[in-house]
Design a protein around this ligand. Structure first.
Ligand SMILES: O=C[C@H](O)COP(=O)(O)O
Length: 242
């Protein structure tokens, strides 16, 4: 595969993300105006910015519209998270990135986590559900594996590593653990790497790990990379490689 083909493959699995806590309408609209024209997998923004994204005059015809719930703490009551999901879908979201109650998992409350995953899957039926395990906050490899296993068993479409709001985002070690559990499962579940993916080198390394561990070719149906700045570097490389 040529470098250009690999970079285009990377663009096709990118979830361009804007989850700034000090954001506002003018800044968000300016951000939209700066976005490069790439055939990406999705745009991921806070729920309050879904209307602006959906009314954006340059629709990215193939891109999904994603938003976040139970974000970033993972601590909200299940019924409130389900309400957030319903509101997001009503607002036009076609993908939901939902933070797992990972602190409950760390307390050993696996039953609560399973019940949470069941409820959010029911209320998000028909849309793409990505569950964020916040791998950088899980202490042991066993906890990363267990969180991944519970998310898969709960029926999510993707297991996502990080919110990008904690000290540690995705690491290659956590990616390997998550992908090993995903590869061993009988279910068709995808992997989303996120949290501090700032360079093309990092992203290509994660893409390679995905393909090495799962034996699958990375596509938007089975792999995503969530990043807030990578699209700009990628567009520069793609324009110079033409
Ligand atoms: O999906 C969430 C991402 O982590 C946000 O991207 P970032 O880490 O490049 O800011």
């Amino acid at each position: 595969m040529t470098n250009l083909q690999r970079l285009n493959q990377l663009a096709s699995i990118l979830d361009i993300t804007r989850l700034q806590d000090d954001d506002n309408t003018p800044a968000f609209q300016h951000w939209l105006s700066t976005l490069p024209q790439l055939d990406v997998a999705a745009f991921c923004v806070y729920p309050q910015y879904l209307p602006l994204l959906l009314s954006w005059p340059q629709p990215q015809v193939n891109a999904a519209i994603a938003t976040v719930v139970n974000f970033p703490s993972g601590d909200l009551p299940t019924d409130l998270v389900c309400e957030q999901i319903q509101q997001a879908i009503y607002a036009g979201a076609t993908e939901i990135d939902c933070v797992l109650p990972y602190k409950a998992l760390l307390r050993g409350e696996n039953g609560y986590v399973k019940s949470f995953l069941y409820d959010v899957r029911q209320v998000s039926a028909g849309v793409c559900l990505k569950v964020i395990i916040e791998s950088g906050e899980l202490v042991t490899a066993q906890q990363v594996a267990k969180a991944t296993e519970l998310v898969i068993d709960g029926g999510a479409n993707f297991v996502k590593s990080s919110t990008g709001k904690t000290a540690v985002g995705i690491t290659e070690e956590a990616a390997r653990i998550m992908l090993t559990v995903i590869a061993a499962s009988e279910r068709n579940v995808g992997f989303k790497a996120s949290g501090g993916v700032r360079t093309i080198e990092q992203a290509l390394a994660l893409l390679q790990i995905f393909e090495d561990v799962t034996g699958r070719v990375a596509s938007r149906e089975c792999m995503r990379i969530g990043a807030s700045t990578l699209a700009f570097e990628l567009a520069q490389h793609l324009s110079t490689d033409l």
